[in-house]
Design a protein around this ligand. Structure first.
Ligand code: ATP
Ligand code: MG
Length: 335
């Protein structure tokens, strides 16, 4: 039997180049070898306030981009999280099995609550705090063996393992213990304006992030404005030259070469060349995806594929939820 993987993107914005290079690109590569469950994490998105229409647009764009990037609905199970109610229900059960102490240690919560505190006038939704238990439910419902995530999500997968082990030991062996599969080379694309922090689709500075649907002009102007340094030397040094290093990372992944080869390509060249060639390399990657996106966006295919995906996911997820409810003694009539 094929090993299973579960992963998702939160529609708290639209897909960034970081999401693509760090996540979606790997999902596509994994499709033949693994049984993949990939969803649009809309229940996670509402852990920070969302405008209704914007949320719907982001959900549709991410779902359509999944397929435009090459996820195959006949190979993988692709769906919208809220179409499978067991996620919220198991999420609740896991909330009751986790502690305030362990959830407080999650660095995503620390970052996002700090941001919510400053931009949202002290408004920190409780869902932001319990985000990791919902994520644990997402993974455990499908008996995932691996969770392909960027380095930023590793801590959440570790918490998922702890919760699964805790319940297996306390009640009965209901969960498969998942392992994080940190995407190849630990790829982390950084913010263009502050290259010491990761590029995030929920960033409030549009100049800091490249979106998969950005036009070539937008890509050129954002890369041109990317923060570098005044040294004028093109070398890979994340600590002292985070901006230049980030451009080298992006260039090398888009060109499918090593960082070393990328550095060699820029020997005797200047930052202007680095920026121009990096922008061109990104455009080469996103253009064919955008073509496919345009064809799919207004067709009924995406909706059909998502419905089929949700039907398949529901069958598996409901069975697991029932097993967990039996294990905890929740079902009056054990089924
Ligand atoms: P948000 O700001 O809402 O958290 P995000 O850009 O961090 O958005 P997520 O939906 O949290 O995106 O993550 C989706 C996937 O993309 C995860 O597997 C995550 O590890 C990966 N990912 C996110 N940002 C990057 C990045 N800058 N570089 C590499 N991978 C990334
Ligand atoms: Mg994130």
């Amino acid at each position: 039997m094929k090993k299973r993987m579960v992963s998702a993107i939160t529609p708290s914005g639209t897909m960034t180049l970081g999401n693509y290079l760090g996540a979606v690109k790997h999902f596509i590569d994994f499709q033949d070898e693994y049984e993949m469950f990939i969803f649009v994490a809309n229940l996670h998105a509402i852990t920070i306030p969302q405008e209704k229409e914007k949320l719907r647009k982001n959900m549709k764009e991410i779902a359509t981009l999944y397929f435009a990037c090459g996820l195959d609905p006949h190979k993988s199970t692709i769906f919208v999280q809220s179409d499978v109610m067991a996620h919220a229900q198991l999420g609740w059960i896991l909330n009751t099995q986790s502690t305030i102490g362990e959830l407080s240690r999650m660095s995503q919560f620390k970052d996002k609550s700090k941001k919510a505190e400053t931009t949202g006038k002290g408004y920190i939704p409780a869902g932001l705090f319990t985000y990791p238990t919902l994520m644990a439910a997402d993974i455990l419902l499908y008996d995932a063996n691996f969770v392909p995530v960027g380095v930023d999500q590793k801590q959440h997968v570790e918490l998922t393992r702890d919760l699964a082990e805790r319940i297996n030991n306390k009640y009965s062996d209901v969960f498969t213990i998942p392992e994080p599969l940190i995407t190849e080379n630990k790829i982390k694309i950084m913010d263009l304006q502050d290259p010491t922090k990761k590029m995030s689709k929920s960033s409030d500075n549009p100049k800091a992030i490249i979106l998969m649907l950005d036009t070539p002009e937008m890509i050129k102007s954002k890369i041109k404005a990317a923060l570098t340094d005044s040294e004028g030397i093109i070398k890979y040094d994340i600590v002292n030259k985070p901006g230049v290093s980030n451009l080298l990372t992006i260039y090398s992944i888009c060109k499918n070469i090593t960082i070393k080869e990328a550095v060699k390509n820029f020997e005797n060249k200047n930052y202007g060349d680095l920026k121009n060639e990096t922008a061109e390399a990104i455009i080469e990657i996103v253009s064919p995806i955008q073509e496919k996106f345009k064809k799919l966006y207004n067709s009924s295919d995406v909706e059909d594929w998502l419905n089929n995906g949700a039907n398949k996911a529901n069958l598996i997820a409901n069975k697991k939820l029932n097993k967990v409810q039996n294990a905890l003694g929740l079902n009056f009539n054990r089924k």
